[in-house]
Design a protein around this ligand. Structure first.
Ligand code: HEC
Length: 154
């Protein structure tokens, strides 16, 4: 086969692959909440707890420390107390429940909670305009944060 055709074919093949991977992702409007929480992984790709810890403490992404004490991150400067401490949180909640809380805390806690929905298009009134029509975290970032939360056991 001509070299150039081969190149074009391989480009098409890789585009096809990434579309397929994307299609497997559950969009923010398609997440299914059950009494047990959000049972299905949003991406089918296991979360990375180390990446999740970075997102958790990043002031630009999760910014979870703005509202939560987390002794596992005692080296970080500011821990807010708007929400409950997350020490041992995985001993209180199962993974699907933690996923539901991070995806959209309004589902488990009701519309009054000040915790933002991190994978919801209705992020809450208190959020910056930059998030309108977008989610704060990507599906995989949610999976990473959940994988990190699961490590926080008593
Ligand atoms: C603006 C403040 C705020 C931010 C930011 C926030 N939370 Fe929360 N969170 C809360 C509040 C308040 C609650 C208690 C639920 C309620 O409203 O009744 C809560 C509850 C929780 C719970 C349940 C804890 C328990 O013991 O019951 C988890 C888990 C949690 N948050 C994880 C996170 C993670 C992970 C992040 C970052 C990705 C985050 N939160 C960011 C305010 C916040």
């Amino acid at each position: 086969m001509h070299r150039r055709n081969k190149f074009i074919l391989s480009v098409i093949a890789s585009v096809g692959l990434s579309t397929a991977a994307f299609a497997a992702e559950i969009g923010p409007d398609a997440v299914e909440f059950t009494d047990a929480g959000v049972v299905t992984s949003l991406t089918g790709v296991a979360g990375d707890p180390a990446a999740g810890a970075e997102i958790f403490k990043s002031r630009k992404q999760g910014n979870c420390l703005a509202c939560h004490v987390n002794s596992d991150m005692s080296g970080e400067l500011f821990h807010g107390d708007v929400g409950p401490p997350l020490d041992g949180v995985a001993s209180r909640w199962e993974e699907p429940e933690l996923r539901a809380i991070v995806v959209n805390s309004k589902e488990p806690f009701g519309p009054e909670t000040v915790m933002p929905g991190f994978y919801s298009l209705a992020v809450g009134e208190h959020l910056a305009k930059q998030y309108v029509g977008k989610t704060i975290l990507s599906a995989q970032e949610v999976e990473d944060v959940v994988a990190y939360l699961v490590t926080l056991k008593d």
